[in-house]
Design a protein around this ligand. Sequence first.
Ligand SMILES: *Cc1c(COP(=O)(O)O)cnc(C)c1O
Length: 465
Amino acid sequence: MSAITNHMPTAELQALDAAHHMHPFTTNDELAAKGARIITRAKGVYLTDSEGNQILDGMAGLWCVNIGYGRSEMAEVAARQMMELPYYNTFFMTTHVPAIALAQEVAKLAPEGLNHVFFAGSGSEANDTNIRMVRTYWAEKGKSAKTNIISRKNAYHGSSMGSGSLGGMSYMHAQGGMPIPGIHHINQPDWWAEGGDMTPEDFGLARARELEEKIAELGEDTVAAFIAEPIQGAGGVVVPPETYWPEIQRICDKYDILLIADEVICGFGRTGNWFGSQTVGIRPHIMTIAKGLSSGYQPIGGSIVCDEVAEVIGATEFNHGYTYSGHPVAAAVALENLRILQEENILDHVRDVGAPALKQGLNELADHPLVGGVSIMGMMASLPLTPHKASRAKFASDAGTVGYMCRERCFANNLVMRHVGDRMIISPPLIIDQPDIDVFMARARKALDETYAQVKAEGMLKAAS
Ligand SMILES: *Cc1c(COP(=O)(O)O)cnc(C)c1O
């Protein structure tokens, strides 16, 4: 058996990549000029590239490799399942053991009352399912005017037409005709960037009450659902003020609006509980899952649906599904991932070891002149960069210029830390331990020092007016 691996010089592979491979969320011409970094293998929390560098992955891939890389059990389960039943669908009155077992296990781990799973191949697909499911739910209940869905600016819910419309990324909406009709966005609870002189508590309440205002504007009888990430991930790890979520819950209850928690990042241990909804204390009707469900070893996502919604949807034919809904190999691998998370007590590790160590390390980094603060929940965190800490000032340069510089300095120091605008993002594999957190902090500090020197040298240490 041969694996597809690195058997050519890096420059040749880069040239082939540039010639034929179109990258997501990338200016491909720029990348072609620069050459993509080629990742060849990974183990634990470290990636290896084609030049033999050992890179600490502070992002767990794309927020997904919760159990870390290189778990041979996952490969064995996949191989066994492929030999036994590589594929069968679940459309036509058929099912299979991996889908049954995974749905049962997910229902067991999910909060009370969330006992049904509709599978998809990704988070984007699952959110497309959610749009159609909540609208169908209300139509079946005789309230077919309830079609509007309220989301938030700077939310990320995926990249398909539906999920990208749910998301609140203006640079995505600018291309290809999004958002689709019936999706509305309120402001996000980002106190650091938008809170001005308000206290975080007052700001959290004010931003939550925008939901009530939007419901009034659209008409109470026209709103199907509100969707949000318990803690925004791709928007920059925005931990909302404590006043925010209780107020949102109150408003959803009052106006009989379904609450969809997008748990694609927060789910499966990232915040120290199985789901971010538990961490922030909300009771969603539907939870979107993907990423950590399989730790990225296989593409799989889904919607965990409450009894009430499942009952209504169950009484009709829901004309929706994906060829790979509940794919047996992906389901078997996800089930193995959940076994590892449970048997190795990885959530306890997050709560007792990983998250406190990460928090302490980042709090120490916060003394750096470029770092404006620390936003952290469990093992997702961000460091906003600023030219002036006390006023939480933004840079005069275009948003993302300094963040990008810092990301490049991180990469040069064998650390993956992403940037969202001028915020640095941290979301390591959940299994990371103290020694590797120390490595993380040392590399991050060096990268920040180098960024600071570069920002100063280029005269960019200036606040936007
Ligand atoms: C990544 C992500 C998605 C989209 O998942 P894909 O598998 O990339 O389609 C949806 N919601 C959130 C919160 C995400 O982080």
